[in-house]
Design a protein around this ligand. Structure first.
Ligand SMILES: [Fe+2]
Length: 397
């Protein structure tokens, strides 16, 4: 959717590991070595970073190199970055020294059926000094949304999805050994280890398999909350329609059965909001329910969502029979929107200025916490919300 319109580490050497769960033979180990010397300027923790990512593809030691001395993991994320904008927000991200940055889609505005043009638009992004700064200092993983996939609001019927996929995976340096290059679509997962905890990041592809949307025909006109803007889409009534498709659903079920303490499910469009007439999971209420049922069925603890697309930041919360499901939206790395839509699930936000999202997982304390923050382009903290991990658990019986 959305067209363009203090903490001081005294340890000199900190080792952090990322495991690409998508590597066909599971051997690839990505290591980031951060050499930190500390100075604090203003409110921001600025440290000089000398980091490199090393990939060893010839050793079968998937878990062996996990560091035991890291207890805080910082995950920055965002979406909706136009290649025609300067994108200084990436410098802000780097200054916060996250361990990883996740692109959640609309990473460029491709909107083309010409693959050469799509490539050139990605190149425009890669040539920006701020993007070079991000790429040099922070490991990046990504999923896509409609505009970088190829066309506004499009799903499985985009004719060039296979070509676009190759361009996407090449741009984000996805390993040649990754299963993401083998199966249809770009979904995949990554594990990060801190102390004895495993953080799983699941990147969904909600474009390649998504059925067409249903045009809005006034179904909610009785509700005055929606009277100030024009709605595009209505919820599907046909429960055979899908967002993720059969194979991705079955892959996701297996992922949720794998051992992990925290599971971040990344999806281009918002999962946790109520219907608003724009693109969101709420246009497929049966798929939204299927997701909650799957979490319940697999008894997956520690699940929350991150999402993008809407050009503002907010946190939504869905009450369930098991534990609350949060959706932390960060959208608007360079795009903006004039208003936020009604959302009864909203518990924080909206933040309308350009920004990025930051999640800090602290496993050092007795009760691990998940801190959600939105930092705007002026480097102001605009949103802060803390979740105790113990509140995202099935009852132990
Ligand atoms: Fe979008």
């Amino acid at each position: 959717m959305r067209k363009l319109f203090i903490l001081i580490f005294f340890t000199p050497l900190l080792v952090f590991s990322q495991v690409d769960n998508n590597t066909k033979s599971s051997e690839s180990i990505h290591k980031k070595t951060v050499n930190q010397s500390n100075t604090i300027k203003n409110k921001i923790h600025k440290e000089s970073i000398d980091q490199s990512i090393k990939i060893s593809s010839d050793r079968n030691r998937r878990d062996a190199s996990f560091s035991k001395n890291k207890s805080i993991l910082k995950i920055a994320f965002g979406s909706c970055a136009s290649q025609t904008h300067k994108l200084p927000i990436f410098n802000n991200v780097v200054n916060h020294q996250p361990d990883i940055f996740i692109f959640l889609g609309d990473n460029i505005y491709g909107d083309t059926k010409d693959m050469q043009e799509l490539k050139e638009k990605y190149n425009q992004l890669s040539e920006k000094e701020s993007y070079k700064n991000l790429k040099k200092n922070v490991p990046i993983i990504a999923t896509w949304d409609d505009h970088d996939y190829g066309w506004n609001d499009i799903g499985k019927n985009y004719k060039y999805k296979e070509e676009s996929k190759e361009i996407f995976l090449d741009f984000f340096d996805v390993s040649e050994n990754s299963s993401r290059r083998v199966h249809e679509g770009i979904y995949g997962s990554y594990n990060y280890k801190l102390d004895d905890m495993t953080v799983q990041i699941i990147l969904l592809d909600q474009r390649t398999f998504r059925d067409d949307l249903v045009t809005y025909k006034g179904e909610f006109n009785f509700d005055n909350r929606y009277s100030f803007y024009k709605q595009d889409y209505a919820p599907h009534k046909d429960t055979t329609t899908t967002i993720l498709g059969k194979e991705q659903w079955s892959w996701l079920e297996n992922e949720l059965k794998n051992q992990a303490d925290i599971r971040i499910i990344a999806t281009g469009t918002q999962f946790g909001i109520e219907w608003n007439g724009y693109e969101a999971w709420a246009n497929f209420p049966h798929e939204q329910k299927k997701m909650l049922d799957l979490i319940n069925k697999t008894k997956a603890n520690g699940v929350f969502f991150i999402s993008g697309d809407v050009h503002y930041s907010e946190i939504s919360k869905i009450q369930t029979d098991f534990y609350p499901i949060y959706d932390f939206t960060s959208s608007g790395l360079s795009s903006t929107w004039k208003f936020s839509t009604p959302n009864k699930n909203r518990i924080e936000g909206p933040i309308m200025e350009n920004h990025f999202g930051l999640i800090t997982i602290n496993s050092q304390i007795k009760t691990p916490t998940i801190l959600m923050e939105t930092w705007d382009i002026y480097d102001n903290q605009r949103l802060e919300y803390i979740i105790n991990l113990e509140d995202l658990q099935f009852n132990k019986e």
